[in-house]
Design a protein around this ligand. Sequence first.
Ligand SMILES: Cc1cc2nc3c(=O)[nH]c(=O)nc-3n(C[C@H](O)[C@H](O)[C@H](O)COP(=O)(O)OP(=O)(O)OC[C@H]3O[C@@H](n4cnc5c(N)ncnc54)[C@H](O)[C@@H]3O)c2cc1C
Length: 507
Amino acid sequence: MPVESHVDVLIVGAGISGIGAAYHLQDKCPDKTYLIVERRQNLGGTWDLFRYPGIRSDSDMYTFGYSFRPWTEPQVVASGDAILKYLRETTEAYGIDERIRYGLNVTRAAWSSRDAQWTVHARDEGTGEDVRVTCNFLFMCAGYYDYDEGYTPDFEGTERFGGRILHPQSWTDDVVYEDQRVVVIGSGATAVTLIPELAKKAAHVTMLQRSPTYVVAKPSQDRVANWLRERLPGKYAYAITRWKNVLYMMFMYWWCRTRPERAKELLVEQAQNALGDDYDVETHFTPSYNPWDQRVCLDPDREFFRTIRSGRASVVTDEIDCFTENGIRTASGGELEADLIITATGLELKFLGGLEVEVDGEPVDLSETFAYKGMMCSGIPNMALSLGYANASWTLKSDLTAGYVCRLLNHMDSHGYAYCCPRANDPSLEAESMLVLDAGYVQRGRHKFPKEASVAPWRLHQNYALDVIALRYASMQDDVMSFERVDASAEDADELAAAGDALPVGR
Ligand SMILES: Cc1cc2nc3c(=O)[nH]c(=O)nc-3n(C[C@H](O)[C@H](O)[C@H](O)COP(=O)(O)OP(=O)(O)OC[C@H]3O[C@@H](n4cnc5c(N)ncnc54)[C@H](O)[C@@H]3O)c2cc1C
């Protein structure tokens, strides 16, 4: 077997969340053994997978960076390469790189209450061999979408098209776009990121969108952060800037949600100012929904708006009728000629990297569980998962989650508990979607995820300050989390398993 056969904690995924989880474990639970298993041959997850030109963060790096490792570059918005470098340096600085095993695709995990441990199966992507690891606690940091392919709708006539059709998730270095007529289908963050970069070399870029998105322009450097960094030790400058940005983001989100009409007006006005008085902002940059019903796209230093204004790229708001030999025919009868068509049409959501879960011999349908504090599933013992915020930087939540898991492990150790399990016993809990955004990829995939309910601890705050209180300081004991000891007799364990079975499926 190419990996250790037993560890205290098994982390699945070596992206931002998995690496952060490893740091917190080393720091707060130094006696625990752990291992990270990663399907790919590199760390970084999202930032290793996506290779399209201009790939960058949408969040500011003071909140997207880890709480424990200051972001020291002057750029607030970082390129994919800069994020990868930051992650590599983090793993090297704390010796985490030695604990990562690559090329292992975790497919199945079976929990035994009697042994208080998981048996985790992974497929070696190189040899096809089945690798088994046992662990006491399983920490899933596998992201939220399918790495195998992105989402592309079924467009009529794609086989007729004489050029190349490509999803940004499949971008490779050999894609030629110099002097090409490029059509980018989509209006989300990927399209807004990709278009200014492509337009530097392409003959022309057309953004073809079914409906508009909010785009907000911001400077790519944070003057206050730079000022603080020149005057204070890096650690303090980072901590202050991080909180400044967290509070700013929380305020902006709250303001957009409570004054949607005014927020909309300002965003549209900003687009009009950036694009010029005669630009048809009403058609192309005035969404029908309110800000933060879907993510607001970031345009650092107005590069996207400037590219449109320069004429190197243009926006068409229309439906696709079909693909033709030369490009795309739109519903209104127009024809967009293209050599390269990029389908920036979104992600395919996937929960826990497609993991199949069994508890005491029974398969569990994860979509029927309730998410406990947004990080455990009801009825599943000793397993946590890392999911970030929809309205703020992912890492803020993944940092808190990892810290909470360490508190949980230490709490169990100090009381002699072998495992813990949140139980959704209240029959009046009404299932709601835990994914708050209304974006197409969320609507398509939300049924695969656990549910939330309207009351704590089944309610997700999507609010960092409230989560800090709930996850860093609140008691570990509540009326839904059950803690069990290892010295329970086999009969007790069987009874517990039976109690779990008596609950509605997956709860
Ligand atoms: C293009 C793009 C840009 C984004 N920009 C931002 C941004 O600016 N700000 C923000 O907050 N969020 C952003 N996000 C969301 C982003 O995914 C997260 O911020 C963050 O990178 C997620 O980190 P993660 O470690 O949780 O998951 P991931 O980065 O998805 O990493 C998961 C890892 O788990 C591995 N894995 C998955 N399944 C298995 C399995 N079964 N077995 C073994 N390994 C497995 C994967 O190979 C991967 O390495 C962006 C997402 C995309 C797609």
